[in-house]
Design a protein around this ligand. Structure first.
Ligand code: AMP
Length: 187
């Protein structure tokens, strides 16, 4: 199964993606995690990405697309994968389409986790306190939500037109959301 998981910052995407990928036995590919690992290691990619991440902006498409292309070319992605946090722009959708069509495959489902915005802000502030993420200050949180609304929310309409979109209520206990996800995916 080739899946895309979408949802605003703080929707619980990362947590759900880990559980879902394990359950479906496919790799979990989080562009945010890959960027953070590069930031920690101080690689050139990490140094470039950090400037954008700290400001709540998206890392440029060229950088992000090249990184995903390399990751999807690895053998473990052959049976399927769960993309968490990618694609996030229309250009990324186009790039993903061409990466996959080159191998004769396509996305099977795009899952959107829906949440209440006030709840999202509460979750992000809590996460900032627990994990000390530099991109979780209140101003940056607001900017990340704006960027999501402007650049990423429109992607759901595109996947809906392709009849690939499923929306899942992301509110409530983690295990309840997981159960909803597994149900809509028929897993
Ligand atoms: P996340 O952990 O998915 O919330 O991602 C954290 C940050 O990494 C985002 O706010 C962006 O700065 C960057 N990032 C992650 N995925 C992407 C993407 N697909 N396109 C551009 N920037 C991204």
């Amino acid at each position: 199964m080739r899946l895309v998981l979408m949802g605003p910052p703080g929707a619980g995407k990362g947590t759900q993606a880990i559980g879902l990928a394990a359950r479906l036995a496919i790799p979990h590919i989080s562009t945010g995690d890959i960027f953070r690992a590069n930031v920690t290691e101080g690689t050139p990619l990490g140094i470039e990405a950090k400037r954008y991440m700290d400001a709540g902006e998206y890392v440029p498409d060229g950088v992000t697309n090249a990184m995903v292309r390399d990751r999807l070319a690895q053998d473990d992605c052959k049976p399927g994968f769960l993309l968490d946090g990618y694609p996030r722009t229309l250009e990324q959708v186009g790039e993903l389409d061409s990466m996959l069509s080159a191998g004769g495959v396509a996305i099977d489902r795009a899952v959107e986790l829906t949440v209440d915005v006030d709840e999202v802000v509460t979750r992000l502030v809590k996460r900032a306190q627990e994990q000390g993420r530099a991109d979780d200050t209140e101003d940056v949180i607001r900017r990340r939500l704006e960027v999501y609304a402007e650049q990423t929310a429109p992607l759901t309409a595109l996947y809906a037109e392709r009849n690939l979109l499923v929306q899942v209520d992301g509110m409530g206990a983690v295990e309840d959301v997981t159960a909803r996800l597994l149900e809509v995916l028929g897993a």
